[in-house]
Design a protein around this ligand. Structure first.
Ligand code: GMT
Length: 376
């Protein structure tokens, strides 16, 4: 098949899922065309069967808000027509689903019919989409997609509860492509961050308020009261400074490294002992799954689909959002009991293997076939 994939190219789970799905499809022989305003972060190496098309947003002094949607629709029109795509798979409802609808309509005028698959990821529904002013557009674009998928049951339920959706929403969970991740332990890197063989806790996110990074610091400080430990804070975003100031206030800056954005999370996960994800909301929690794939137990909140990925008492522990005391105790109990730690680490890896891309890719291919049927 010739598939057009539209995604946000930034350091967010939806872009990562889109990119790694596209790579796997290309590997299987499909021709994949990524369309985004920048090269997606994990589309770093040249892969057979993959073409990247950059959307250049028109810039003109009159435009206080440059029309991204229009530029994307025109780029999609061009790519579908000249690359002869079979279907479009758009990640993140806003604005990609309604841009795809516009493209579909423009193409129909020319006698070209292309189905659209929309994948809902989370914040497009839970945060952005629930702004009352956006609801009609989200309803419309979901209802006019040929096939709709969501990355967890929880997200499907939330979408059905909050919007007026007439379409079936299929659940296709996120996945790990083990071939794309190298979880080899790097002794020098470990020594660099934990010179006295301290345990390493790690958090990776885009530091938006929904990630509750201050809770990560508070949990870390409680753990550090009990044992030698270091914390790696990976990523960047609006709450990074807040977290840095909190570290200074709590006197733990020497033990916390803010590493900023990095493409190579696998190397950092491979040297870490515990992943912390206290999010307010998480439709799935792909980053927790990536940690589990590295064999690291997870201490997290129990929000949304995250509780289904990080299984309480098996792959780690889950707590109510904001329950720093319980998260701290859970982290201490895991890091101080070697036998328990090893069991949880093994469980984390086994559960991650249930989400191997080999199992998930056929589900997307089936959805594509179904979408193609809808236009026959
Ligand atoms: O929350 C983020 O960091 C980014 C966001 C996105 O859309 O890129 O992530 C959402 O999609 C991910 C991939 O499907 C999910 O794993 C995340 O749980 C989800 N984030 C939220 O629901 C807050």
């Amino acid at each position: 098949m010739k598939i057009g994939i539209v995604c946000y190219p930034t350091f967010g789970g939806s872009g990562i899922v889109a990119t790694e799905l596209g790579k796997a499809l290309a590997d299987k022989g499909h021709e994949v065309h990524f369309v985004a305003y920048r090269q997606p972060v994990r589309l770093n190496d040249q892969v057979n069967n993959i073409v990247f098309h950059e959307v250049r947003v028109a810039d003109y002094p009159l435009f206080e808000y440059p029309p991204y949607e229009l530029s994307l629709a025109c780029k999609l029109l061009d790519v579908v027509k000249y690359e002869k795509l079979d279907l479009l798979h758009v990640h993140y409802a806003i604005p990609h689903a309604y841009v795809a609808y516009l493209t579909k309509q423009m193409l129909a005028e020319e006698g070209i019919h292309i189905p659209v698959v929309t994948t809902l990821h989370g914040t497009d529904i839970t945060l952005v989409g629930k702004s009352p002013a956006l609801i009609p557009a989200v309803n419309f674009s979901i209802n006019h997609s040929n096939v709709v998928t969501a990355v967890s049951k929880h997200l499907r339920e939330e979408t059905l509860n909050c919007f007026s959706i007439r379409k079936e929403i299929k659940v296709i969970p996120n996945f790990i492509d083990f071939d794309l991740h190298n979880y080899t332990f790097d002794k020098d890197l470990h020594m660099n961050y934990a010179p006295n063989r301290e345990k390493i806790m790690i958090h990776i996110s885009n530091f938006r308020p929904v990630k509750r990074v201050a809770d990560v610091i508070r949990v870390f400080v409680n753990v550090r009261d009990k044992m030698p430990v270091k914390l790696l804070m990976v990523g960047d975003g609006p709450q990074r400074e807040v977290a840095e100031y909190l570290c200074r206030d709590m006197g733990c800056s020497d033990d916390v490294k803010f590493l900023g954005k990095t493409q190579d999370v696998s190397r950092l996960l491979a040297i870490s002992d515990l992943f912390v994800l206290p999010s307010e909301k998480e439709s799935f929690g792909l980053v927790a799954l990536e940690a589990m794939a590295a064999g690291i137990p997870v201490v997290s909140s129990n929000t949304g689909g995250l509780a289904h990925v990080n299984i309480n008492g098996v792959t780690g522990y889950t707590s109510e959002v904001g329950d720093v005391a319980k998260m701290s105790n859970d982290a201490i109990s895991l890091l101080s009991d070697k036998g328990k730690y090893n069991d949880f680490a093994q469980n984390a890896l086994s559960v991650a293997k249930e989400y191997d891309i080999c199992k998930i890719l056929p589900l997307y291919e089936a959805v594509y076939r179904e979408a193609l049927e809808t236009i026959k």
